[in-house]
Write a new protein. Sequence first.
Length: 520
Amino acid sequence: MEPRLRAVCDLGVAEAREGAGRHEYDGRVQDLSPGGVRRGLAALGGDPLPDAYDEALVVAQEAGLRAFYGELRLHRRNPMPHLANLDVSGYDREYAPAGQRTEARTRHLAAWPAAVDGSVAALDEMAPTIATATLSAARGLSVGLDADDPVESAALAAHARLVAHLEAAAGSGDGGDGADGALGPAALGADGLTLLLSATEATEVDLAALAARAEAERDRLRAMLDEACGRLAPGRPVAELVPELLRDHPDADGVIAEAQALTHEVIAWAAERRLVPYSDGTCVVAPAPESRQWAMAMMASAAPGEPDTPSFYWVTPPRPEWPEHEQAEWLQVFSRTTLPAITVHEVAPGHFSHGLALRHAPTEPRRLFGSEAFMEGWAHYVEEVAIEEGFHAEDPRYVIGVSVEALLRVTRLACSIGLHANGMTVAEAGRRFEQDAFLAGQAALSEARRGTFDPTYGRYTWGKLEIRDLRERARRDWGAEFDLPRFHAAMLELGAPPLGLLPYALAGGPAPADGSRRSG
């Protein structure tokens, strides 16, 4: 790897290994100690790349790392990069023979004691709110480790030191850092959030304008939901109808089968409509491995640097030992109203299709680096593309499912800005999720707490809105030459572009190979 690219990867080892498939990082941990981070930042930079877009992409990656680790010192305040550094769940994916992956996992676990020492040294600026909100994820890292194995026993001891460090930080306050219940020192502040969003996405962010867009988008989505509910059940109150629809779901044994059937359907449908440039590869639907059962549904794509192995659409049914009412609540995520939208998002034309395009990206920087706001924004954007293109047009439940999922995501955007820039409290954010996103109680508070340590979790909606804006510009610029296959192919040829670099897609996006044109 070219040294400039290597320096960027060295400051994002977990993502390089799992997201880009650079398995020379197998068995390695990142040095997240204060000194290790300083050395990593000093290594950034180098000769410009010959391709203008690739150069802009790498500059954006470097700027994001300097903001995250340098100006904002988030590795000193937030345990999440440290938890990702320790996580060994990526070795569950079948990218290589089992023995090779097991050996790499063992080396990774053997590195935990030194890594934890670095993490404890670094995490000296944690606010109690952040420590409290991340404790569950930290404790979950040790699931499945064997205390009788010498390497894993040492890893468990190191893990216990890290958890104790977080517990001590969490216990140093009452969970609300400010006297008024706001985040206080846990908040990035308007300037900090602006810097983080602007640097990582290579654009100038106006938080007030972005917050206003979130409000307008919420109103649009609620109108879309109301209209679809009116078609399905005229006269029924939306607040009564939506919970009823969510209770219509397969049982625990049927979730995988229904997700599998939808997976075959959406891949064939997206290919027939030519909505994405690639439909090769294999997508397997399976229960998530133990290490990934914190997520209800997720895509584990074959990464660009890996052999052509299957991608996995991991679905997590409820655990059989749970009480019946908890199983029923969990299964609502897989309702027959929301599962089609989730599958479009995770599979096609969403993350699985995007993963295939990344494997075909023409240059190494595009295969290595990308924007989470584009990745999630793309998968969120295509949920509504499916509405526009007539997917399940005869069933208003698809529109209802998209609307419900989108209202959750736009509420994340509003609350991330509120929590970190406008003095919103966690309790106020929780009420916002109850009012706007059909969540209740602990589910709403869980979403609110996520915003404390994941300040960019509004990326789904932000990315979707920027892609929609670019599409309207492409319609104007390309005129009669515009269609969705051309527009989508032009964006995906860039890999996963930071939002500020999206206009590069308009500089001559590829026309369909057969020369055809279709209205978008």
